[in-house]
Write a protein that binds this ligand. Structure first.
Ligand SMILES: N[C@@H](CCC(=O)N[C@@H](CS)C(=O)NCC(=O)O)C(=O)O
Length: 219
């Protein structure tokens, strides 16, 4: 493992936005200091955290004394110069496409539904849960179609596009979604899991993640 070089990850264990970064750091065999941020214990509401990330979200990567928020920006920063981020303009743009799809569809639909169901903010019949579930099924159908003709999402090989989309997709069952009909997605999940130095260390939400139990931007 390479030296941490002052690399720190401000990180919440149950967040797949944070897990995506931990997965890439593991696959690149990069060491780092993990700084746990209890987002439901008020840790992101302090003035000190606002200086690290004015958006008060996790993850944030500290590197060379600078702070970089946004999970997918962190993936790009870390993967630059490795096979996980293509240099060819078209292949690079394909990766960017999936980083955008992940943030606009995968994360709010699968991840947002998982968070709200697991922490008791929604029940499956609530209109917002029904809307997110439909969005999740739509993006899974998109992935199923795309992965019918290729092994990985972009550039014909394993890239950070796969890492980003894997983050929340692999826990779709925690959002009450059965992946059985999406066999190309299941085969791709297994392919990602066979990559060297794969790790899965997503933690359960703590008790303070329940509505009213902690202090966070979620209330
Ligand atoms: N677009 C951001 C989303 C980050 C985000 O929503 N992080 C959540 C955890 S999944 C968080 O830290 N929320 C707590 C807070 O903002 O106080 C990214 O990809 O990094």
């Amino acid at each position: 493992m390479r030296d941490a070089n002052g690399r720190r990850l401000y990180d919440y264990g149950a967040s797949c936005n944070c897990y995506k970064v931990r997965l890439l750091l593991a696959q690149l065999d990069l060491s780092y200091e993990r700084v746990p941020v209890d987002i439901f214990g008020g840790d992101t509401l302090t003035d000190e955290y606002a200086r690290i990330n004015p958006a008060r979200s996790t993850p944030v990567l500290e590197a060379d004394g600078r702070f970089l928020p946004e999970s997918n920006a962190i993936l790009v920063y870390l993967a630059r110069g490795t096979p996980l981020l293509p240099e060819d303009p078209f292949e690079l743009a394909q990766v960017v496409r999936w980083l955008i799809v992940e943030q606009t569809d995968v994360m709010p639909m699968i991840g947002g539904l998982r968070f709200r169901l697991l922490t008791g903010r929604l029940t499956p019949s609530d209109p917002d849960a029904v809307r997110r579930r439909q969005g999740a099924l739509d993006v899974l159908q998109l992935l199923h179609g795309e992965l019918g003709t290729r092994d990985f999402l972009a550039a014909g090989r394993f890239t950070i596009a796969d890492i980003a989309v894997y983050g929340y997709t692999h826990l779709a069952h925690e959002a009450g979604i059965d992946l059985t009909p999406y066999r190309n997605v299941r085969a791709w999940l297994a392919r990602v899991e066979r990559q060297p130095r794969f790790v899965e260390d997503v933690e359960p939400y703590g008790a303070n993640a329940a509505p009213g139990a902690g202090r966070s931007i979620y209330g």
